[in-house]
Design a protein. Structure first.
Length: 264
């Protein structure tokens, strides 16, 4: 499942990310839900809405689309993944948090912190500043509602020159992923860091493993603004330079599956 950002639509997101080309090579089916401009004038997913964060709003519609596609195509339900860009990345996070039995892996690109605002008024502040006070409690509330929450493998992308959703959000999303996967501060983890360059932009890739299982991959891309790295630069919110996010996303997802027990 791929969720577009504000001022995008499904077709532009598919073209910009080049995800269809990557998916076809690796045997994935991709579905691109599209937000209605009747719901939001800029076609933004309402990640900032408290009811949506708790599983209401468009969450049920997205899950319904997935169920419909899985029922009519030979989809392996143990290998359903979700990712998105900006508001779409935040919405992908929300879907995964509310339907962990359905989602086997999560990808978040250039997106704001989860659970730090209860309405549109506070959304811009979170995008620019994050919210250190809400990062932990927001996830703890999810775990309190779902005591049996399974591991949620997560990959986070962010540009270090992003001035729309500032990089502090990625740092706090990393904290949330560790808490969600029950990795308390101070727990010994195997961390592997790599420095690379890709088509003029350097980037840092850091893996966090617990008991040899890859739980979290953090991709920090120097000089990247608010754009999908390695995308079609002829479209807004896409950068040609930088690592190919779609390839990294599918490579990460391919490592993970979800046990399916009855209907999800």
């Amino acid at each position: 499942i791929m969720l577009h950002g504000c001022d995008q639509d499904a077709n532009a997101f598919a073209q910009g990310t080049r995800m269809n080309l990557m998916a076809e090579k690796q045997g994935y089916a991709v579905v691109y839900p599209q937000q209605s401009k009747a719901s939001h004038p800029q076609a933004c997913w309402k990640w900032y809405d408290r009811a949506t964060q708790q599983g209401g709003g468009d969450v049920g519609l997205i899950v319904g689309i997935v169920d419909t596609v899985a029922a009519s195509h030979p989809i392996d339900r143990s290998r359903i993944y979700i990712g998105g860009f900006s508001a779409g990345g935040a919405m992908a996070h929300i879907v995964a948090l509310n339907h962990p039995g359905l989602i086997a892996g999560l990808g978040v690109h250039s997106s704001p912190l989860f659970g730090a605002t209860g309405g549109a008024v506070g959304a811009i502040k979170v995008m620019l500043q994050g919210d250190a006070r809400r990062a932990g409690p927001a996830i703890q509330e999810v775990l309190d509602r779902q005591p049996g929450f399974p591991p949620m493998p997560t990959i986070l992308f962010h540009g270090e020159a992003d001035r729309v959703v500032r990089p502090i959000n990625q740092f706090q999303l990393e904290q949330q992923a560790l808490l969600l996967n029950r990795v308390p501060l101070g727990t010994p983890v195997d961390i592997t860091s790599r420095e690379r360059t890709s088509r003029t932009l350097a980037y840092r890739l850091r893996d966090v493993r617990l008991q040899r299982k890859l739980l979290l991959r953090v991709v920090q891309i120097s000089e990247l603004k608010h754009a999908w790295s390695g995308g079609d630069a002829s479209l807004v919110f896409n950068s040609g330079p930088g690592p190919a996010s779609s390839k990294l996303l599918l490579d990460f997802f391919s490592r993970h599956s979800r046990a399916v027990i009855g209907p999800v």
